[in-house]
Design a protein around this ligand. Structure first.
Ligand SMILES: [Zn+2]
Length: 246
């Protein structure tokens, strides 16, 4: 029987390596999550959105690390094909913290905060959403071409959010999060639409609710404000620090 907490089910690993790979992955995961509890020491953390980087030590702040729970969620996510392919893109498992939060998020230092009140399945689906942001880069990257209009930049960001939410909804279904604590008002319409129209359903909903609601934060409004702020210049105190992606 495989040790508890194998972050990447062995289906895609060479048959001669599973024991060593599992032990190594478990050790790395444990170190990464323990790093979550370590206070920040001012180490230079990259803030660029890309390419994917190995985990760096973050702080869980008022949240907490729970290595066993994080590992359980990763294992669950790895049971879905889309989840497994995301986990395989991590060079080192990113730190995961747990707290009561309005919306789970990932910081510029790539520390993920999940809601401790959510079930493992709901958290696994959200983890996939946040990993997609980690690998694709923030929906609104800091270094976008300043000659572009904010309408265009925000449109791209909304599309990125729609992809992340679609992935989350797909994984909720595959992993059995049929009664999530955090429900989305657009979920029924999403599944009711033909497959090739589902992303458009999400985008339409997002544009129709710029101030949030129905399970969404006010991210369309925030994206517009942030784009305008970045175009004005980088020296406005506090305005250009990239907020966590959600
Ligand atoms: Zn998102």
């Amino acid at each position: 029987m495989a040790p508890r907490g194998d972050p990447a089910p062995a289906a895609t690993k060479p048959p001669s390596l599973p024991r060593l790979a599992t032990a190594l992955a478990l050790a790395i995961a444990t170190l990464a999550v323990f790093a979550c509890d370590r206070p920040r020491t001012g180490s230079a953390s990259p803030t660029r959105a890309e390419p994917p980087r190995a985990a760096v030590g973050g702080s869980c702040g008022s949240g907490r690390a729970d290595p066993a729970r994080a590992q359980r969620i990763r294992t669950l996510l790895g049971r879905a094909r889309a989840g497994l392919s995301l986990l395989e893109r991590e060079r080192t498992p990113l730190p995961i913290c747990f707290a009561e939060v309005p919306v789970p998020s990932i910081t510029t230092e790539r520390t993920i905060t999940l809601d401790e009140r959510d079930s493992d399945a709901e958290n696994a689906a959200r983890l996939a959403h946040l990993l997609l942001h980690a690998f694709e880069g923030a929906p609104l990257p800091d270094d976008f071409d300043r000659s572009r209009s904010c309408a265009s930049v925000v449109r791209d960001a909304v599309r990125a959010e729609a992809r992340a939410h679609a992935l989350e909804l797909q994984l909720r279904r595959e992993l059995g999060a049929t009664r999530p604590r955090r429900s989305y008002a657009f979920e029924r319409d999403y599944w009711g639409a033909p497959a090739d129209r589902r992303l458009a359903v999400l985008e339409s909903y997002f544009w129709a609710h710029p101030h949030g609601g129905g399970g969404l934060p006010a991210f369309v409004e925030e994206l517009g404000r942030r784009c305008a702020s970045l175009k004005r210049g980088p020296n406005r105190t506090g305005e250009t620090a990239r907020p966590p992606a959600r």
